[in-house]
Design a protein around this ligand. Structure first.
Ligand SMILES: *Cc1c(COP(=O)(O)O)cnc(C)c1O
Length: 439
């Protein structure tokens, strides 16, 4: 598979180059030159596979042919072997049609592990073969950093440097990052918010001599390999509920737009995804955009769901590129305007096309606590604040056809945000069963 930049100015690359580069040199994000599409019969043949095997089958079209299927299968097997649930990403039914897809059974208890555990192995594999060493630099609002550190610690061919906004991550997140004492791990607490951290990382990547000297690589969701590694769980859930012979909807608590983009990709690859619901806290730039084509940056405000305290959703650029008919020059012009003016009116036809598939939903902190309480009293389910925004969004925007199940991406374990859960339910979530150490 070859990759294009969303800004149209970078030379096409293969998967390995995209994995190592992160951001394209024209400032754009990489996307596959063509989307692999599977027929209904091909999807049916994948039903019932164990998670790691399904992951290898679905990621291989993006990673091959340079990366062999055998090597990839070995890496997916190792990546998910350490998860705390034998299904890796189990589905839990919450009511008549709503399901939680639990993506938090990895070592740092948030969905970032689903991609990052594989990424760490992909990096090490490729670098060992090339005899090279890189520095991974990332910005985090909490979960990416700990997942990256956990995936990269003690790996032979990488150093990892993570920037987090001081005082804006949860205590569990802070400790998960800063208590890993491996010599190849460094943490930086930055005065500012997540966007400040992300801007610093982007500036480092845009400084070509520095980038080359440090051999910088990214593990933020701008790295295509991360999005690719998130595709299998949407297919896994959809097929468990009857796809390709039954449509499904997904509700995704959203920050940087990486997770929901993977759900969009599954639809592009041929599964019947009827609707994509985007849950937001008060930092709701995407929900405002879907409501009224108002894509305008406001200051980031802290919330009970800190991993979604983001105003500039980097991966939106990938959707924009697709909505604009893969026109790199038009995408670049839109993004430059957004950067300069803090707002971007998306062309009407593109916005309308998006609103046919996506719905946006906003929930403030009191609403989030009420939803956590509701899930506990109605279903006996303890949800973290991010997941709760997803379930409330699912109820608000479920398709009219009641035969269509709605799958909510349950993005963090409740034990990762115990204070909010206790405030809402009066119950301190039991700490997660310690996942087995990855082998
Ligand atoms: C990262 C994160 C999100 C947001 O995911 P994006 O891919 O950035 O949209 C939501 N919930 C949790 C718990 C997260 O860690």
């Amino acid at each position: 598979m070859r990759y294009l930049s969303t800004r149209g100015q970078a030379a096409p690359r293969d998967f390995e180059a995209v994995l190592l580069a992160g951001l394209a040199e024209d400032g754009g994000l990489f996307l596959p030159e063509t989307w692999p599409e599977l027929s209904p019969a091909e999807w049916r043949a994948l039903r019932g596979l164990p998670y790691a095997e399904l992951a290898a089958r679905l990621i291989h079209p993006f990673a091959g042919p340079a990366l062999g299927f055998e090597d990839l299968s070995r890496m997916t097997a190792a990546a998910y072997a350490g998860f705390g649930h034998p299904a890796v990403a189990p589905l839990v039914q919450l009511d008549a049609r709503c399901f939680a897809l639990e993506l938090f059974h990895g070592p740092t208890l948030a969905f970032k592990d689903m991609a990052m555990q594989l990424l760490g192995r992909l990096f090490d594999h490729v670098l060992a073969r090339r005899g090279e060493r890189i520095t991974i630099v990332g910005a985090t609002s909490g979960d990416t950093g700990s997942a990256a550190i956990e995936a990269c610690r003690d790996r032979a061919n990488l150093d990892v440097v993570i920037l987090h906004p001081e005082g804006r991550t949860s205590e569990v997140q802070r400790r998960q990052m800063t208590t890993v004492l491996s010599p190849n791990v460094a943490n930086l607490a930055v005065e500012g918010d997540f966007d400040t951290c992300q801007d610093l990382v982007k500036a480092m990547f845009n400084d070509a001599p520095f980038r080359a000297e440090m051999r910088l690589a990214a593990v933020n969701s701008i790295n295509w390999a991360r999005v690719a590694a998130q595709i299998p769980y949407y297919a896994y859930a959809a097929m468990a509920l009857g796809a390709p012979d039954r449509p499904v909807a997904f509700s995704v608590p959203t920050g940087n737009f990486g997770n929901v983009l993977a759900a969009w990709a599954v639809r592009r690859m041929g599964l019947p995804v009827e609707r994509l619901i985007i849950g937001a806290n008060r930092n709701n730039i995407l929900a405002r955009w879907l409501d009224a084509n108002d894509m305008s940056i406001r200051p980031v405000e802290p919330s009970l769901s800190p991993s979604m305290d983001i105003q500039v959703s980097s991966n939106f650029e990938r959707l924009l590129f697709e909505l604009l008919g893969r026109d790199g020059a038009a995408t670049a012009a839109q993004m430059q305007r957004f950067r300069a003016e803090g707002r971007m009116p998306v062309p009407d036809a593109a916005w309308r096309a998006a609103t046919g598939l996506f719905r946006g939903f906003t929930l403030d902190d009191p609403g989030t606590l009420a939803e956590i309480r509701h899930l506990w009293t109605s279903a006996g389910y303890l949800a973290d604040p991010h997941t709760a925004i997803g379930t409330a969004a699912a109820r608000a925007h479920a398709p009219a056809d009641r035969a269509i199940p709605v799958v909510v991406a349950a993005t963090a374990h409740p034990a990762k945000f115990p204070d909010a859960v206790e405030e809402a339910t009066g119950r301190r979530p039991p700490s997660a069963r310690a996942p087995r150490r990855p082998i």
